[in-house]
Write a protein of this length. Structure first.
Length: 272
């Protein structure tokens, strides 16, 4: 008998078997399930699960990461549901427990946590070799980042406007940025869950703003554009700071995307 795999909620999962029917409510993990070779067993996904583009179109949608269509999901008869503590509503997940036999809870908080994530999914779905290949690739990226010396930068990483919202230092995004010695401001910690992980920012009441070197405008969840960048460049409160667009998928998506995300950050710092 194979050993049981324990998820982020402390629940042990047995090997799923070849007839597993998987619904993923986490875009980055939908992509990772495909990378593990599970495309024949993925029967549902959210509308935000858009990678890999050439394959995911064939998978039925069950709403969004938070606005889940329960009846549509039920109709797919899933045996396994993949969720995330940050991205999915707890109340919704509890409702889904009524008809989904196995709910796999994930919560990576640092890039290195993806190693355990690969192992978890590989063990549950019988893709240990594929999971090991992802782990080897990620470990190589982490080693490459650790081998470099980067100039320290304080960054304001914005994920929303009206109101402006940033990220706490104990988020996955902040941990990714620290790989290249970029440190998020404000210097706050938000805990494991909740709105405090994504604090609002008032440019008129932020004494720490003077210490910011770069303002990074993420492509998600708010899709910042060059027009937003140019408008902020003219804001006297941000005078003298580099204001740049950044690919939010590369910094916030875990799973297989972490491998590409680290390489992306290394390229950005090399070009800076």
């Amino acid at each position: 008998m194979q050993p049981r795999a324990v998820d982020a909620a402390g629940v042990a999962h047995d090997y799923a078997g070849a007839d597993a029917r998987i619904v993923s409510l986490v875009p980055s993990l939908t992509e990772t399930l495909f990378a593990l070779g599970l495309e024949r067993q993925i029967v549902g996904r959210t509308g935000f699960c858009v990678h890999p583009r050439n394959k995911v179109r064939a998978v039925p949608k069950v709403g969004g990461t938070k606005a889940v269509k329960l009846d549509a999901l039920r109709a797919l008869r899933p045996t396994h549901l993949i969720v995330n503590i940050d991205e999915n509503e707890r109340d919704t997940v509890e409702q889904l427990r009524a008809f989904v036999p196995h709910i796999v809870v994930t919560h990576p908080q640092t890039p290195r946590d993806n190693l355990a994530l690969y192992a978890l999914l590989g063990a549950i779905f019988g893709r240990e070799d594929e999971a090991q290949r992802l782990s080897t690739a990620l470990d190589a990226c982490l080693r490459e980042a650790a081998a470099h010396t980067f100039a320290a930068q304080n960054v304001l990483y914005l994920i929303w406007r009206e109101p402006w919202m940033s990220v706490a230092r104990d988020t996955y995004i902040a941990a990714m940025l620290r790989l290249v010695n970029w440190h998020t401001l404000p210097d706050v910690h938000g805990g494991s869950v909740g709105a405090a992980r994504y604090p609002t920012v008032d440019f008129d009441d932020a004494p720490w703003l003077a210490r910011v070197d770069r303002v990074l405008l993420s492509s998600e969840p708010y899709r910042f554009t060059a027009a937003h960048r140019d408008a902020l460049a003219g804001d006297p409160r941000l005078r003298g700071k580099r204001i740049e667009l950044i690919d939010g998928e590369m910094t916030s998506w875990y799973g297989v995307r972490a491998i590409h995300g680290i390489a992306y950050l290394l390229r950005r710092t090399a070009a800076a």
